[in-house]
Design a protein around this ligand. Sequence first.
Ligand SMILES: NC(=O)c1ccc[n+]([C@@H]2O[C@H](COP(=O)([O-])OP(=O)(O)OC[C@H]3O[C@@H](n4cnc5c(N)ncnc54)[C@H](OP(=O)(O)O)[C@@H]3O)[C@@H](O)[C@H]2O)c1
Length: 201
Amino acid sequence: MSIDGKLTRPKGQGKWISSEKSRQDVQHLRAASDAILVGAQTARVDNPHLTVRQRRLRQQQPWRVVVSRSGQLPGKLRLFSDEYASRTLIYQNKTWNHLLKDLGRKGVCQLLVEGGAQVFRDLVRKQLINEVVLYIAPLNFSDHLEEADLIDASILLQLPLQDTRIQRLGPDLKIQGRVSSNLKSPTPTPNPKSSHVHRHR
Ligand SMILES: NC(=O)c1ccc[n+]([C@@H]2O[C@H](COP(=O)([O-])OP(=O)(O)OC[C@H]3O[C@@H](n4cnc5c(N)ncnc54)[C@H](OP(=O)(O)O)[C@@H]3O)[C@@H](O)[C@H]2O)c1
């Protein structure tokens, strides 16, 4: 994300926000996760792979999970048409509680949420995020007042963190920490932790 918490760039300024190094780092997070979740809008707009590209990092691809209320998800999206299509799950109009329990039953202990902002906001409000990994690029889009529609996930920057680690990745900062306010929440077993990555771009 940018310094001001945006997940998208102003029109005509390219797609990625964070650096190649950060994007490589995300591959390790994916490899350490049992499932990777995105909101339906991210699936529709980005058409992501959500895979671990290097086989040596992980033998079996993590589950790929999409949440949707409308169920409007084109079958041609990579998530439904690539070689790992059988690893894609859709949860339509399900509560987070249902989703987490169901993934837990499938053996998912670590769930990586890659966006977008709506999903992040919902999970923050419901205190379902255990850990945050932010990739902050040295970009600030707050001058682009006309670009009011830039996708904003600055809510993540306000989360109180503990055991915080900060690392430089090329031009970006990686900030990782456990969410303090969530530590008291009871966690049903088995239940995935909602680890949360602010993805590359
Ligand atoms: N820079 C980055 O790292 C990064 C990462 C991810 C995304 N993005 C960008 O962020 C944008 C998308 O973000 P967004 O905030 O607009 O959308 P989003 O969070 O990706 O998806 C929102 C959609 O998810 C579904 N949804 C949300 N909460 C739900 C819930 N509790 N239960 C069931 N379904 C739920 C709904 O789908 P339906 O509409 O189908 O009902 C909703 O419209 C894209 O432009 C993408 O490129 C950037």
